[in-house]
Design a protein around this ligand. Structure first.
Ligand code: GRF
Length: 202
């Protein structure tokens, strides 16, 4: 059976592109059925349109309160009956309505080795701290900020002359591979969560 993925983006969409590309192989086990965004004018949406994937935009500023936006986002996603939702560079925190609908089957990717350096500036913060090993984390979204159970991680060595942009680009190479591998294994083999421990496989 092919699992249905809804991917949410806010920017460049290279993680989305990696998923779209992986899904062209039927053996991968998933299909991107829709791409959602919190803003227009981003490359992520262009990538979806080029691939013939339906898109939707749910802007926070179009709703009277954050809860209304969150419920609208959940409704938009639900229309596509996703098995898994992937936040791939989606720069908003989802709320209660969204988690009530999709908690336990919503993945996020973060460009740092959580629980170190959560938040918007994970790469900058890791670099400023002087770490020698950086990396990325794929995790299940809960109501914290980058706090949910960790599904997979990959490490990336920091070079002496790295600035934020150079390190982030190298992390993103590892991040795309990790996301594609993790989503594929989850949809093909299933997963379970006990406390903070996530196990892929039956
Ligand atoms: C990724 O590094 C993601 O972890 C971070 O923003 C980047 C998004 O990249 N939150 P892209 O839009 O998938 O190219």
């Amino acid at each position: 059976m092919t699992s249905r993925l809804v991917v949410l983006v806010s920017g460049e969409g290279t993680n989305l592109q990696a998923l779209i590309d992986a899904c062209t192989d039927e053996a991968y086990g998933a299909r991107v059925v829709a791409v959602g965004a919190d803003r227009t004018g981003i490359n992520g949406l262009n990538r979806a349109e080029r691939a013939g994937v339906p898109v939707f935009v749910t802007r926070l500023s179009d709703y009277p309160a954050r809860e209304d936006w969150d419920a609208a986002l959940a409704r938009e996603c639900a229309r596509y009956q996703p098995d898994l939702i992937i936040l791939a560079g989606f720069m908003k925190l989802v709320g209660k309505a969204f988690l009530d609908a999709f908690g336990g089957r919503c993945l996020n990717t973060h460009p740092a080795l959580l629980p170190s350096f959560p938040g918007t500036h994970g790469v900058r913060d890791a670099l400023a701290h002087g770490v020698k090993i950086a990396g990325c984390t794929v995790f299940l979204v809960d109501d914290g900020v980058d706090e949910g159970p960790i599904v997979a991680q990959a490490s990336v060595p920091v070079a002496d002359d790295d600035d934020e942009a150079a390190l982030h680009e190298r992390i993103k190479v590892a991040e795309r591979a990790l996301l594609v591998d993790t989503v594929g294994r989850m949809v093909r083999d299933g997963w379970s969560v006990r406390g903070r421990k996530v196990r892929i496989g039956r």
